[in-house]
Design a protein around this ligand. Structure first.
Ligand code: NAD
Length: 248
């Protein structure tokens, strides 16, 4: 690893937005740690990036797995510059009155606990370096009301709040914490909802001022900006990346 190479951990990086993030950061000359529940695909993806990258299987909601994964990253690279908390699940999208509490707990655990646990694990190497950037992937569901997104919307609002809280607490350690709030993005997560008839993409496009769904790359580039030195005086913000949805 060269002296000027930076290291980025990206969670949920085996698919969708996370995979676009991994490719974007690799192109920006970061060593990328592809972290995902799906260990096999994480390792395969890291290999596809073709460079000084690693794949790690990890459930971000499991404290022990998170601690072990960040320890392994530290052993492998000896530093950590960027964490992108991207791993997430959307759940079954049933009407709230029939919400299954097992799903409710799982969604909040992956999204809120996962974001917190990974951020806390990243704190130690970043604080030791006196520099680091954390970018959380929130959602328009955490900014506006979306029907049948009870746990998901609450969890994403929690991520936006956690972003502000950690930003104010960790600025003194040289760590910036920001978030993006994507609108609807064409990924396997959204395709699953379209396939189940729970999302009508033509109707959505009529609601979005820019009249199209986002691409994973539309989200990855603003995340790279927030992680970069170009955003050195930016912390605690949630940047809407939604084709104008939240402004409408
Ligand atoms: P996706 O389903 O394509 O990818 C999510 C990845 O996260 C998968 O590889 C999955 O294995 C991984 N993952 C799930 N649970 C995990 C866990 N416990 N530990 C580690 N990895 C785990 O989804 P996506 O659409 O790319 O979504 C990525 C992020 O963007 C999520 O946080 C999602 O909530 C958010 N988001 C997506 C959209 C959208 O329209 N697609 C909109 C707003 C926000």
């Amino acid at each position: 690893m060269s002296a000027d190479e930076k290291v980025a951990v990206i969670t949920g990086a085996a698919s969708g937005i996370g995979w676009a993030l991994a490719q974007t950061f690799a192109r920006a000359r970061y060593a990328v740690c592809v972290v995902d529940l799906d260990a096999e695909t994480a390792k395969k993806r890291a290999g596809e990036l073709n460079g000084n990258h690693e794949g790690y299987g990890c459930d971000v909601s499991d404290e022990g797995q998170v601690e072990r994964t960040f320890a392994a990253v530290q052993t492998r690279y000896g530093r950590l510059d960027v964490l992108v908390n991207n791993a997430g699940i959307v759940g079954s999208q049933e009407p709230s009155i029939s919400q299954d509490m097992v799903y409710f707990d799982r969604i909040t655990k992956v999204i809120i606990n996962g974001t917190f646990l990974c951020s806390r694990a990243a704190f130690h190497p970043m604080a030791a370096q006196k520099s680091g950037a954390i970018v959380n992937v929130g959602s328009i569901a955490g900014l506006t009301g979306l029907p049948r997104r009870n746990a998901y919307g609450a969890a994403k609002a929690g991520v936006h709040s956690l972003t502000r809280s950690l930003a104010t607490e960790w600025a003194q350690h040289g760590i910036r914490v920001n978030a993006v709030a994507p609108g609807y993005v064409a990924t396997p997560m959204v395709q699953g909802l379209v396939d189940q008839g729970k999302v009508d993409s033509a109707r959505l496009c009529r609601r979005i001022p820019m009249a199209r769904l986002g691409t994973p790359e539309d989200i990855a580039d603003p995340v790279l900006f927030l992680a970069s030195d170009a955003a050195r005086y930016v912390t605690g913000v949630t940047l809407s990346v939604d084709g104008g949805w939240a402004a409408f």
